[in-house]
Design a protein around this ligand. Structure first.
Ligand SMILES: *[C@@H]1O[C@H](CO)[C@@H](O)[C@H](O)[C@H]1NC(C)=O
Length: 250
């Protein structure tokens, strides 16, 4: 079938919608961390939305500071990651959380506060989905890399957990990878216990499982906790679903 030029021109906007309105997708890798530091997307104007990611004071109380407090990982800084940005299970197949992100061919301005639906492609998690919001980045992250924020997952390069919670000098467990059994979560600060346990319950203690990913509008239950939502960009960014969802307990 040949369409007249006028028809093609009339259809062009719909074609562009389909081509542009997809966000990023692909295959990716995961690691895990929890360094207690203020995440990078908590500084002003990192995302295209009005608010930076919420951070907390040393006692885990929201700072509501517009993003202007120095990180607890910098000398004299007093902004830390809020424990409320720990992962939780929505049901047996879906969980919500946060991550430090690096998307191939993209940049921090494009991924700060964007959400990605990760589908695990290896046992024991095959088919399970974790929707994460990007709150951070990292110089040590490779392409399409999601460093999942999980309490007890290892502090990595930086460590504010010692000053915030009195954690051992290399954080809880190994500096990279963190603790290795659920029993270690029992001695964690109360605010971090649930997120620590999540790794051994819903996440089945998986060790850096591979994923496929696609950018999605954030669940409102995630943006309600981070206080950060993007304005429309490659996709419609209006947060979806209820602003609170129950926690599935195994
Ligand atoms: C799990 O929760 C997600 C998000 O609310 C929902 O889309 C999905 O249908 C739920 N799955 C089950 C098995 O309840």
């Amino acid at each position: 079938m040949r369409l007249p030029v006028s028809a093609l021109v009339a259809l062009l906007p719909f074609y562009l919608d389909i081509v542009l309105a997809q966000g990023s997708s692909g295959t990716g890798k995961t690691t895990r961390y929890w360094d207690c530091c203020k995440p990078s997307c908590a500084w002003p104007r990192k995302s295209n939305g009005p608010n930076p990611v919420q951070t907390c004071d040393k006692n885990d109380r929201p700072l509501n500071d517009g993003g202007n407090t120095k990180s607890g990982c910098d000398n004299g800084g007093s902004a830390f990651m809020c424990s409320s940005q720990s992962p939780w299970a929505v049901n047996e197949t879906v969980a919500y959380g946060w991550a430090a992100v690096n998307i191939a061919g993209s940049n921090e301005a494009s991924w700060c506060c964007a959400c990605y639906e990760l589908t695990f492609t290896a046992a024991p998690l095959i088919g399970k989905k974790l929707i994460v919001q990007a709150t951070n980045t990292g110089g040590d992250l490779g392409n399409n890399h999601f460093d999942l924020a999980i309490p007890g997952g290892g502090v990595g390069i930086f460590n504010a957990c010692t000053s915030q919670y009195g954690a051992p000098s290399n954080g809880w467990g190994e500096r990279y990878g963190g603790i290795s059994s659920k029993s270690a979560c029992a001695s964690f600060p109360n605010a971090l216990k649930a997120g620590c346990n999540w790794r051994f319950d819903w996440f089945k203690g998986a060790d850096n499982p591979p994923v496929t990913f696609k950018q999605v509008a954030c669940p409102a239950a995630i943006t309600a906790k981070s206080n950060c939502a993007r304005q429309n960009d490659a996709i419609n960014q209006t947060p979806t679903g209820p602003s609170t969802v129950p926690t599935w307990v195994p």
